[in-house]
Design a protein around this ligand. Sequence first.
Ligand SMILES: [Zn+2]
Length: 289
Amino acid sequence: MKKKIGILLGVCVCALVACLPQGGLAKDTKTVRVAVPVKAMQPLQTSTAAQKGAQSDPATQAGTTNPKAKGNNTKAAAPSLPVYDPAKDAAPAEGLPIEETNFQFSEPLLVRPKTDTIVIHHVGVPDGDTSAAAIHRAHLANGWAGIGYHYVIRKNGLIERGRPLATVGAHAYGENYHTVGINVTGNFDKEIPTKAQLESLTELVTALCRIYHIEPSATTIVGHRDLNDTDCPGKNLYALLPQLRADVKAQLLVDRFKDTHILKLHKQPQAPADTSVARDVPVQANMGN
Ligand SMILES: [Zn+2]
């Protein structure tokens, strides 16, 4: 019964599925994006085996890429990625409250070799609030390593961790080896994100830009639809991405101003002691007629 529910969620929750091609699976016989059989979830021990495991995540294995998408596909990066070891591969902290989920993944995860792009997703179906745990269960039930996104942002603004930040995600076909995936829960073809979600999204994307030295632009902070043939992250959230980029840029400028200011303060020579007699002149002397 449990498994049935999981499989049902797997079909409905975009958590992968939102990331389906336009028209959905049933109508699209040309792509095999999610046609991955449920398979045994034995832990794999070697890097090579783990590599295969990561590619069993549908987002890395099948489907078509948007011709506008950047290169840097899975084939180029695949051969020599190390297995993720949280003791030595953990990414820097975001400096934000993140709800740690400590999910168990059915296969070893791999270390992402570079990070130059942040991809925004929505859940799609079902709409409303969906937890990272529900998405994780759905993806496991589909035979994948586990949740494909690095973060899930709930309706109340809570940011939940999905895959560890340093690992290769499974959220944007052909683009997982250089991107971080954020899922904002809801169906933004018909809903609009909550204020709390947008605030958390801005803070999180700003933190990621700081960590990875990413300059906000239309090619570095993107919607899933910019990379793959999908409606994700829904038209209402997609329309807010220019504002998101502007807000993140403004935050980063504040950082730079602070850095410059602090630098100046550090460099400023100490003023010599003022021994002039002017110090002893009563203030009133300069104020009268
Ligand atoms: Zn998506």
